[in-house]
Ligand binder design. Structure first.
Ligand SMILES: [Zn+2]
Length: 311
């Protein structure tokens, strides 16, 4: 169990930032109850500051199926990924794991004559709910969270730099080509589209995770359009090869575009049709165009691999 700092403790803490895919150091957010009362609505205040519990089946998050992040309503810290939410039947949003054990802390709670484990936001100490040991695989845990303590942010929303994710064979090569493209502000290699959380590279290579090797990138739309990114994508691999790319064979090497909104989906579809009509390839374009799924960053030695090797 991670040790929770005291409510009033200011100072710096480490948090995992899923949009950057890395651990960051930030200041804790410390405010008095009076300050929180001014900033929050009465339901949010009662739950997060006074450790209240919302009535079951009152949270609209049950309807949300989009990919995105659940953040702390008080301080915006990323707490849970949409992909870890499950239908528990309890009437409260339920997750099988937090974004990171750095972001969500667990504390013993012996109130109301019960032995429970409270979960709080690591950055601002907001009460979120409790964690129980009767959850589904892979963790067996059930984070039972008050919906009013959370803010849902779909992927791609409120981002200065929109995201794009492409799979086109070995991710070292695909990343290097996009990294060198003007207007691409950040790249990371990893896995997406499969069913196994936080897979290792070795596991993905076995070919049974459903994941594709992908490059997740951020781009500046004032410098490069999504259409132009698609042109780059088509030019750096052979989209007629099914579940392989050159010598690399397996579903993890499939050609795939993960879109983040309707505009990306339509642009990808149009671009694929245009390429098919262009006569560049004799065979059919087999590239999948699918909704963005959880992106799992690959081990650090895979990141910017070819750049590090000077190739
Ligand atoms: Zn917080």
């Amino acid at each position: 169990m991670a040790q929770a700092p005291k409510t009033s403790e200011s100072g710096k803490i480490k948090l995992y930032d899923p949009s950057l895919g890395t651990v960051v150091v930030v200041d804790r957010v410390v405010k008095s109850d009076q300050e929180w009362e001014k900033l929050l609505n009465p339901a949010q205040y009662e739950v997060t500051t006074k450790k209240g519990t919302e009535a079951p089946f009152t949270c609209s998050f049950e309807q949300i199926k989009e990919a995105g992040l659940y953040q702390c309503v008080r301080c915006g810290t990323a707490l849970f990924k949409a992909g870890t939410k499950f239908e528990s039947g309890t009437g409260w949003p339920s997750f099988y794991e937090p974004v990171s054990p750095l972001n969500v802390l667990e504390k013993p709670d012996n109130s109301l004559g019960m032995k429970r484990t409270e979960v709080v936001c690591a950055r601002c100490d907001a009460h979120l709910g409790h964690v129980f040991a009767d959850g589904p695989r892979p963790t067996g845990k059930r984070y039972c969270i008050n919906g009013v303590a959370l803010l849902f942010v779909p992927f791609g929303a409120k981002e200065k730099y929109p995201a794009a994710t492409f799979g086109g064979g070995c991710f070292w090569h695909v990343e290097e080509e996009f990294r060198k493209t003007k207007g691409v502000v950040d790249t990371a290699v990893g896995f997406a589209g499969g069913t196994v959380p936080e897979p290792s590279y070795e596991r993905v290579c076995r070919g049974d995770t459903g994941h594709a090797e992908v490059v997740h990138l951020k781009f500046d739309p004032n410098v490069i359009s999504y259409d132009r990114l698609l042109d780059v994508f088509w030019s750096i691999h052979d989209p007629t090869q099914l579940d392989r790319q050159g010598p690399d064979v397996g579903k993890q090497y499939r050609s795939v575009i993960f879109y983040y909104d309707d505009a990306q989906q339509q642009a990808a579809q149009k671009s694929k049709e245009k390429l098919a009509k262009s006569g560049k390839y004799k065979g059919a374009i087999v590239t999948e165009i699918v909704p963005a799924a959880n992106f799992f960053r690959a081990e650090e030695y895979h990141q910017k691999y070819l750049q590090k090797r000077g190739e």
